[in-house]
Design a protein around this ligand. Structure first.
Ligand SMILES: C[S@@+](CC[C@H](N)C(=O)[O-])C[C@H]1O[C@@H](n2cnc3c(N)ncnc32)[C@H](O)[C@@H]1O
Length: 380
């Protein structure tokens, strides 16, 4: 394994962040560190990753100590020559109280002051032990100062300096400010779309269930050519309007895109593409379906996916990638799946495996009835 010089703080579902990092960097460049972080061999900007909130440069890796005795070399930390330097300290994987972290922050402030050049201002998390992206932006911590991350695994500790943080305002604009949104087809969070796009290598991404176009949107922002199609005329128009809008939101010229009317089971895929999609999730459910309802939903959806996957397999070359979200249902405390995994060999696909994660990959909130299972596949 290479020397892992950077650390990524993973999002709400760390396993999805790990899958993304392994896809982008290669499994041997990623080392799980504690429950919410991964050491990585290359710096990737957090904005290009849906599953990492912060990416930082490792300054120290060694045995775990208490927050009171952090082995920090203050001479390494950047201070402004004029004006106040804002700095923040965030801890991950520690059981200590915010008060303990505050004490560590104040200790550090004292040492920085003793360095003599300029004054410093300590920014602490308003809640918990980690300063949020919003708090960092608001206090210009990364621009004018620095944030230190203290990350614990079972027996080790990493101290790192944040290089980049996800731009949450921009995520929110491309989620909520798009001209066409649709509660009916469901809203795919841009971060999840980014994870799906990052899970494939191809330069061209095709979304055969494009809906309002979140996947093509995120693919274009990641520099991929993107096209999509949908069975509904209204949705094709929605994608077109949203992607036109996207073009006006960014200073760079977007790669080429296209949206057409087509049935996912009969669509002609562009040469060399990877299929990245969130398929039809069935009815919007507020309450868990009864066994009879679940049987009837499955009966409707299974053939749709089987036919679509079969038709794509007939067109894709060996090694081509398909990353698709399909529905899963939360009933009682158990997740029920569509049952496609057993069919994959017959359909001509292999489920990809990841070093730091075991299947099934699920994107869901605890209170949701319909979640999304991620099928990350390779054509045999
Ligand atoms: C869950 S939504 C996708 C939402 C999308 N990710 C977005 O960003 O808005 C599923 C989409 O599949 C479309 N759909 C359903 N059956 C289809 C089929 N057989 N072929 C193509 N599209 C289909 C629906 O019209 C709907 O827009």
């Amino acid at each position: 394994m290479k020397n892992q010089e950077y650390i990524a703080i993973l999002g709400r579902q760390p396993e999805l962040g790990l899958v993304e990092l392994e896809s982008v960097l290669g499994a041997e460049q990623v080392e799980v560190f504690g429950r919410q972080a991964a050491l990585i061999a290359e710096a990737v900007h957090a904005d290009r990753l849906g599953g990492a909130m912060k990416v930082a440069e490792v300054l120290y890796r060694g045995p775990l100590t208490s927050l009171r005795n952090l082995p920090i070399d203050v001479a390494e930390l950047p201070m402004r020559s004029e004006g106040k330097t804002p700095f923040a300290i965030s801890a991950y994987g520690f059981k200590d109280t915010p008060k303990m972290l505050m004490a560590a922050g104040l200790e550090l402030k004292k040492s920085l002051r003793a360095r003599g050049n300029g004054s410093v201002r300590l920014v602490m998390a308003s809640k918990g032990l980690a300063v949020s992206a919003a708090e960092l932006h608001h206090n210009r911590v990364i621009e004018d100062g620095f944030e230190l991350l203290v990350v614990a695994s079972r027996s080790e500790m990493v101290i790192a300096r944040t290089l980049g943080v996800q731009d949450i305002d921009w995520y929110s604009r491309r989620d909520y400010d798009r001209p066409v949104r649709s509660a009916k087809v469901g809203m795919l969070p841009p971060k999840l779309a980014q994870i799906l796009v990052n899970s494939v290598q191809a330069q061209t991404v095709y979304d055969p269930f494009c809906g309002t176009g979140v996947i093509p949107q995120e693919a274009l922002l990641l520099g991929r050519t993107a096209s999509g199609s949908d069975l509904s005329d209204e949705m094709v128009t929605a994608t077109r309007i949203n992607l036109e809008w996207l073009g006006h939101q960014v200073s760079q010229k977007l790669p080429k895109w296209q949206a057409d009317l087509a049935d996912a089971r009969q669509v002609v895929l562009p040469r060399g593409c990877a299929v990245v999609s969130e398929g039809y999730l069935g009815p919007n459910l507020i309450h868990a379906p009864t066994p009879a309802e679940l049987t009837s939903i499955r009966r409707e959806l299974q053939p749709l996916y089987m036919e679509a996957l079969k038709s794509w397999a007939a067109q894709l070359p060996s090694g081509a990638e398909v990353s698709i979200c399909v529905p899963a249902w939360h009933i009682g405390k158990v997740w029920h799946y569509l049952g496609l995994i057993d069919e994959l060999p017959r359909l001509g696909y292999t489920l990809k495996s990841f070093r730091g994660v075991s299947a099934p990959l699920l994107y869901a909130r605890a209170d949701q009835v319909v979640g999304r299972q991620l099928l990350l596949l390779r054509k045999n």
